[in-house]
Design a protein around this ligand. Structure first.
Ligand code: PLP
Length: 385
């Protein structure tokens, strides 16, 4: 191949938003070993790998309990069930997040109460909690909990949320589906809230080869409740249902996959942060960047910029990048209060969420994105904006 043909082909090789194949190849030997061990012992439900992973997750996060569960969504549902939240109750959720954050509230019979987000962090606006609580009361709901989301991997403002939660007598259930591995100061996700829900969906920073999740907590009673709920409300060998539960366990095979990833997870987080730093350094004149912060360390599940102009300008940039072979994502193009599924719930104005939905664009980030690829994304975005 001539030089020009080689560079032309490099210029056209695709850069995907989520590059999962390279990690699979890099760690293939570990996956094979770990999965083979499960096939050998045959304990597919709550096998030894689940215990080993739970110990590893708890130690990584610095919490007493990690409970492997069937998905991030189920982690949230089981946490709501453990708090006894149900019909007539209101749960505060950010207006700008994945639909599951509000759907789980509906799944237990309660009502989501939408709270607008901050323009810079894109996380729940703590100053709007008071009026959301008042709106819940006005609708005849009992406000019971706040469910902050660590959007794109950046932890919410848990210190301020704890103050607001105490003031209004609310529980805090963290939707950390995107942020396992993140921290505020020396406190890791898992220890930032009384109960924290993580997802191991394949594209999350720590991803399985299927669905999975975990609940992290320091609270012995909550941990005990969640363990019961995870196994049909049954304890040990007993077949009596002590409370209403679900089929909420993490599969042993998924635990084995995650155990193969744990030894490299810290290095992968550092690589994600390096890519983010590269983007931060080269894109500041082009678009709105994720806030850089000395104390808040994101897990960089996604690197999401705000394209000036609005929906049409953003979509045009996305098309130009696609023509250059660069995959991007729109998380999220519709704020939750505007989803058809939530049409029956009160819709307060959430102007910041509305504005973000028209401007956000997520760029490729991950442990296996190369320096050359990050540079190509920057060049392509420069040409496109
Ligand atoms: C991915 C995600 C979930 C759901 O996790 P699953 O494991 O896919 O069920 C919930 N909330 C947020 C914010 C997410 O990003």
């Amino acid at each position: 191949m001539s030089m020009t043909a080689a560079s032309a082909s490099a210029a056209h090789s695709a850069i995907r938003l989520f590059e999962l194949d390279r990690q699979r190849a890099r760690l293939r030997h570990e996956f094979d070993k770990r999965i083979a061990a499960v096939l050998d012992h045959g304990q597919f439900i709550l096998g030894p790998e689940v215990d080993e992973l739970e110990a590893s997750l708890a130690s990584f996060a610095g919490v007493r309990h990690a409970i492997g569960v069937s998905s991030g969504r189920d982690a949230l549902i089981m946490s709501l069930m453990a708090h006894g939240i149900g019909p007539g109750d209101g749960v505060l959720v950010p207006a700008f997040t994945f639909s599951a954050t509000a759907a789980v509230v509906v799944s237990v019979g309660a009502s989501p109460v939408f709270v607008d987000v901050c323009e810079d962090t894109m996380n729940m606006n703590v100053d709007a909690i008071g009026s959301a609580v008042a709106a819940a009361h006005a609708d005849g709901l009992r406000p019971r909990a706040i469910m902050p989301v660590d959007l794109f991997g950046r932890p919410a403002d848990y210190a301020a949320i704890a103050v607001a939660a105490d003031a209004h007598g609310l529980a805090v259930i963290a939707d950390a589906a995107q942020s396992f591995g993140a921290a505020i100061g020396d406190t890791n996700v898992g220890a930032l809230a009384p109960i924290t829900c993580v997802s191991f969906y394949p594209t999350k920073p720590l991803g399985a080869f299927g669905d999975g999740g975990a609940i992290l907590t320091d609270d012995d009673a909550l941990a005990e409740s969640v363990r019961l709920i995870r196994t049909h409300g049954r304890q040990g060998e007993g077949d009596e249902a002590l409370r209403i539960g679900m089929t909420g366990r993490l599969d042993t095979i998924q635990a084995a996959v995650l155990l193969a990833k744990m030894p490299v997870f810290r290095a992968e987080l550092r690589r994600r942060a390096e890519i983010a730093a590269h983007y931060n350094a080269h894109l500041s004149d082009l678009c709105g960047l994720p806030v850089a912060d000395d104390t808040v360390r994101s897990a960089w599940a996604l690197y999401t910029v705000k394209i000036p102009g609005g929906r049409d300008a953003r979509d045009a940039v996305r098309t130009r990048l696609a023509e250059d072979g660069i995959g991007t994502g729109l998380f999220y193009r519709v704020p939750l209060p505007r989803h058809a599924a939530f049409a029956c719930f009160r819709r307060e104005a959430t102007p910041v969420a509305d504005r973000l939905a028209d401007r956000v664009l997520s760029l490729p980030i991950g442990p296996d994105v190369t320096d050359a690829e990050a540079a190509r994304v920057v060049d392509a975005l420069r040409a496109a904006v």
